[in-house]
Design a binder for this molecule. Structure first.
Ligand code: AQP
Length: 355
């Protein structure tokens, strides 16, 4: 067992265009989790990325860029384990076993698959459909207790909990027979950590749509590598309504663009929406946007510059990933050995010493 009280796992897909939503909803919170009594694992989930076509010539760079974002944001690769998913084979192995635990009916309810597959569902990859099962394996290979994510991942985390519970039930006798029943089954029922003012950052062009890497409009998002001028231009162009800011949070209801900008300001400043409106209630958007530009540039410009510095040295990033993969595998391998025993597989006996 780990010496830490909690085990935190989360991941980000290397699908390009890392944006403010990824930062405020996930990466910034990953950094904060390092202050807890927790072993944190932060994973660049490249196997998830290929559920939609990725150009092989670009993918390596995208993996290194997400790693750079983790490090530039303040994730300490000595304190936390930073790695990419495809270097740790236990994720895929456990995913197969979970494919045999999860039910078709559960996956058929996943809204992200419906959104991403769109109308041409017959042509979507099997991987895109099975994605949430791999996500459950990512988390449970480490028997993670806590998973910080944005709100869009809520349904997938519920599925992870269902898979853990069904595995614990289906194999309860075998779990006990192998001495793994520590009172609550083999897998923990993971706690999602979703919240704060930026759990769902919305598009700057449409306050009803999530800010997303795949949005065709670059003006819909602030990329983590945008320079100060682009950040300023995008905030200034962000859609708003004609009214002044309200002085109470209730006044943001029915005003998605205003709510989004106030939420972004609050998350960047580590305060609540109430605090922001205490200062800006009654202000026009022009004044508020000026303050938001200043705050966003103050936070993101150094982050983007550090990312660029780090990606210029791929060997350094690859060394971080290799070290992280070894430490991650040291946790995941015993979990998989135990799972294979529980399921009833005959495990390989090493006939030759490993060199
Ligand atoms: N708009 C968002 N607001 C808050 N959190 C967000 N996250 C993503 N978008 C927002 C969180 O970022 C983490 C990593 O996300 P991901 O890269 O694994 O996948 P995603 O949710 O599919 O990201 P995108 O950017 O929206 O990409 P596309 O365009 O492919 O759909 C997760 O914790 C996620 O919740």
């Amino acid at each position: 067992m780990s010496a830490f009280k909690e085990l935190v796992f989360s991941g980000v897909q290397p699908t390009g265009n890392l944006h403010l939503g990824n930062y405020l909803g996930a990466i910034k919170r990953f950094v904060e989790m390092q202050a807890r009594d927790a072993q944190c694992l932060y994973c660049v989930v490249d196997m998830h990325a290929i559920t939609l076509w990725q150009d092989p010539a670009a993918l390596k760079g995208q993996i290194r860029e997400v790693t750079a974002a983790f490090l530039a944001a303040g994730i300490d690769p000595k304190r936390s384990i930073v790695f990419n998913q495809s270097q740790v084979p236990q994720h895929a192995e456990l995913a197969w076993i979970f494919n045999c635990v999860a039910r078709l009916g559960w996956l058929n309810r996943m809204t992200q698959f419906k959104d991403k597959a769109g109308k041409d569902r017959e042509n979507a990859s099997v991987g895109l459909y099975a994605y949430p099962v791999l996500m459950a394996a990512d988390i449970l290979a480490y028997r993670a207790t806590h998973v910080p994510v944005g709100e869009d991942q809520k349904q997938h985390l519920e599925l992870t909990r269902d898979i853990a519970q069904k595995f614990n039930n289906d194999f309860s006798q075998s779990i006990a027979a192998h001495g793994h029943d520590e009172g609550a089954g083999f897998f923990p029922v993971t706690e999602p950590l979703i919240g704060g003012p930026a759990a769902r950052v919305m598009s700057l062009r449409d306050g009803t749509k999530k800010m997303s890497k795949s949005d065709v409009s670059d003006n819909s998002r602030i990329n983590l590598t945008d320079d100060a001028d682009s950040i300023a231009a995008k905030v200034r162009k962000a859609k708003t309504d004609p009214d002044a800011l309200p002085s109470e949070v209730a006044g943001l209801s029915g005003r998605p663009e205003a709510d989004n900008l106030v939420g972004i300001f609050a998350a960047l400043k580590d305060v609540s929406r109430e605090d922001v409106l205490r200062d800006f209630g009654g202000a026009q958007f022009s004044a508020f946007k000026g303050a938001l530009v200043e705050l966003a540039v103050e936070t993101l410009a150094p982050l983007g510059a550090e990312m660029k510095r780090l990606v210029a040295d791929p060997a350094e990033i690859d060394a971080v990933l290799a070290d992280g993969a070894e430490r991650a595998e040291a946790i995941a391998a015993p979990t998989l050995d135990a799972v294979k025993d529980i399921v009833g597989f005959v495990r390989r006996t090493r006939l030759h010493a490993v060199r």
